[in-house]
Design a protein around this ligand. Structure first.
Ligand SMILES: CC/C=C\C/C=C\C[C@@H](O)/C=C/C=C/C=C\[C@@H](O)CCCC(=O)O
Ligand SMILES: [Zn+2]
Length: 598
């Protein structure tokens, strides 16, 4: 039976198989209004009620097969919203099906939607709406069983004054007499509610491949994913570049990955994120975590496949270099929470918790490290890649937990390779990997070919600190570095005791760091300056953090500015002044970090 501590729905009694949305997008009222039709099935006997997750939603009416139903909206649970209890008016036997229609509208407190005024868009002429539902924000947009244990298909008719796109295949559009258009969508592959996504704005697409709009690279990533795993199941693969306030690097919305514009740096910044989102087409979107406690099954597996794809397309040393960067991100997350914090466990307990508070690099990188370790421990890619493919074949279309995962790993290894592999699996310290806090119990060694020059240059800077005006540095030092190598160089510098401000000024002069466009490089440079309390750079930090809504950057920078000497007031003032720029998820998290939460 599905267990989900972050949903109030009666998941043990009912499951939704399909949702049809009829929604009108109102840019003046900033609401989505209309109805959600839920096809439900009783999975227990004598089911007389349906409990749905909602958050800040106004319910207008509920009916079943045309008959109005009684319902109550409970007082709000601070983290999980208001449970909507619908009396079905009859008792459903196990296997009985029904269609429940809920007329509703979102409200201005909706946490999934960000409504941008024209002045907040690049074109400045039209408003823009986009959603972000992971982890538990779908309930603020659609009354639903908002648990990843429920997998459903969906369809939608979205009436809007501007083009609408969704995480589904477009099936047609109808012009209306009032000048609006109804955009129609269908998602035929069963997926969890957190993957429902909508964007509406003055959107322009460019077809450049049979399945891809905007980028050609995705086609080769998809092909590599198919070689490694199973055929791509989602029909289209498009990329939507969101406004700068999009809170993540990318979001794996099926058929339509959402990406931050910070990836468009004119270099290969985009590559890793697109490989990551495409890997989600199998890991997360087909094989889904049962609840947010097993989020690592989505993300650890996705990072593992992402690096397999990169390894095949760019060479093994690139994949290992990516693992080195990921390792640093994990170290930082562990430092921020503290090594004994329960959220540093691979499989944390989220009862009573808000999943957004538990989000960090840990499920990504500890999960990746576990799989990387298992691959080596069990005999390498020859043994492990067939297993990863079988994992997808076994669990596609299902939601699973860590026990399901482990049981299948054991049975696959025993069936295909015999007792020898089972003995190896028995040697794994499962308790330490899955429940232990802090860094993983085993430290993997990654090929550092691409990191060596970065480390050398960092050492040179470290040794130069005794000299007042070093002369040995020049732009040539990093001329041949890729953007990623520049990132790693700066990460190594950030691990040193802070360099004197005069050295930071010199580093900026010779490498042009303040002027750099690449957000990953700029971010590392800013973090170095904040750690050194280099106040001259604080205005640059405030500027970057108030124009870049990707939490990886704005949240980390505002938190570091808040902690830097004489930085707290600027951090708070910057946030308060630009609060409406941030997506509701980012605004909530930053307010918490800066001690400004209600
Ligand atoms: C153990 C963790 C438990 C729960 C977390 C579940 C969901 C977290 C929620 O906050 C949503 C996360 C959405 C992430 C989307 C995309 C990321 O891959 C982006 C990573 C950061 C970035 O590159 O900007
Ligand atoms: Zn991901």
């Amino acid at each position: 039976m599905a267990y989900d501590p972050n949903s109030q729905s009666n998941l043990d009694e009912v499951k939704t198989s399909h949702i049809h949305l009829n929604l009108a997008v109102d840019f003046v009222a900033k609401t989505l209004a209309g109805s959600a039709e839920l096809d439900i099935e009783a999975i227990a006997s004598n089911v007389s009620k349906l409990i749905l997750d909602t958050s800040f939603i106004a319910i207008h009416s509920v009916s079943l097969d045309g008959t109005p139903l009684k319902y109550t909206l409970a007082d709000r649970h601070e983290k999980y919203g208001s449970a909507l209890t619908i009396e079905l008016g009859r008792s459903l036997a196990k296997g009985d099906k029904a269609k429940v229609v809920i007329a509703y509208a979102t409200t201005e407190e909706c946490t999934a939607c960000q409504w941008l005024d024209p002045s907040q868009t690049v074109g400045k002429k039209h408003p823009y709406l986009f959603t972000q539902c992971q982890a538990i924000h779908a309930r603020s947009m659609v009354p639903c069983q908002d648990s990843p244990s429920i997998k459903l298909t969906y369809s939608a008719n979205i009436n809007a004054p501007l083009r609408a796109v969704m995480s589904a295949v477009p099936t047609g559009e109808e012009k209306q007499a009032n000048g609006t258009t109804t955009y129609k969508f269908h998602q035929k592959t069963r997926m969890p509610s957190y993957l429902i996504a909508l964007a509406v704005g003055n959107l322009e697409g460019r077809e450049i491949g049979p399945r891809s709009t905007v980028w050609t690279e995705p086609e080769s990533f998809i092909r590599t994913g198919e070689e490694l795993l199973t055929p791509y199941d989602w029909g289209r693969y498009d990329l939507l570049v969101l406004p700068a306030s999009f809170p993540y690097g990318g979001m794996e919305n099926p058929c339509l990955t959402f990406v931050t514009p910070s990836l468009l740096a004119g270099d290969r910044s985009l590559v890793d994120v697109v490989a990551h989102e495409i890997a989600h087409s199998w890991m997360g979107n087909l094989v889904t975590t049962e609840n947010w406690e097993h989020f690592w099954l989505n993300e650890g597996f996705t990072v593992f496949v992402e690096r397999k794809i990169l390894g095949r397309m760019q060479g093994k040393e690139h994949a290992e270099f990516s693992a080195i960067i990921g390792h640093k991100a994990m170290v930082e997350s562990v430092e921020i929470y503290g090594k004994d914090h329960p959220f540093t466990a691979l499989r944390p307990c989220l009862r009573g918790e808000d999943p957004d508070d538990a989000f960090s690099s840990i499920p990504y990188e500890k999960g990746f490290n576990l799989l990387y370790y298992l691959e080596k421990h069990l005999g390498g890619a020859e043994v492990f890649e067939p297993y990863v493919r079988a994992h997808v074949q076994e669990f596609a279309g299902r939601s699973i937990n860590t026990d399901d995962w482990k049981a299948f790993l054991y049975s696959f290894m025993e069936k295909n390779f015999g007792q020898e592999k089972v003995d190896l699996l028995n040697k794994v310290d499962w308790e330490a990997w899955l429940a232990g806090t802090g860094m993983p119990p085993v430290e993997n060694k990654f090929d550092d070919t691409l990191a060596r020059e970065c480390n050398c240059l960092c050492k040179k800077w470290d040794h130069s600190r005794t000299v007042e005006k070093p002369t040995e540095f020049s732009p040539k030092d990093i001329e041949d570095f890729s953007s990623t190598q520049k990132v790693v160089f700066l990460e190594r510098v950030s691990e040193l005791d802070s360099l004197p401000h005069s050295h930071l000024e010199l580093m900026d002069q010779v490498y042009g760091l303040t002027q750099v466009r690449n957000a990953e490089i700029k971010f590392r440079w800013h973090m170095i300056c904040l750690k050194a309390n280099y106040e001259k750079m604080y205005p640059e930090v405030a500027e970057f953090a108030s124009t870049m809504g990707r939490m990886k950057f704005c949240r980390s920078l505002l938190r570091a500015l808040y902690l830097a000497k004489n930085g707290a007031e600027l951090a708070r003032d910057t946030f308060k002044k630009h609060r409406s720029f941030y997506h509701p998820i980012a605004a909530t998290m930053i307010a918490k970090d800066l001690g400004l939460a209600k």
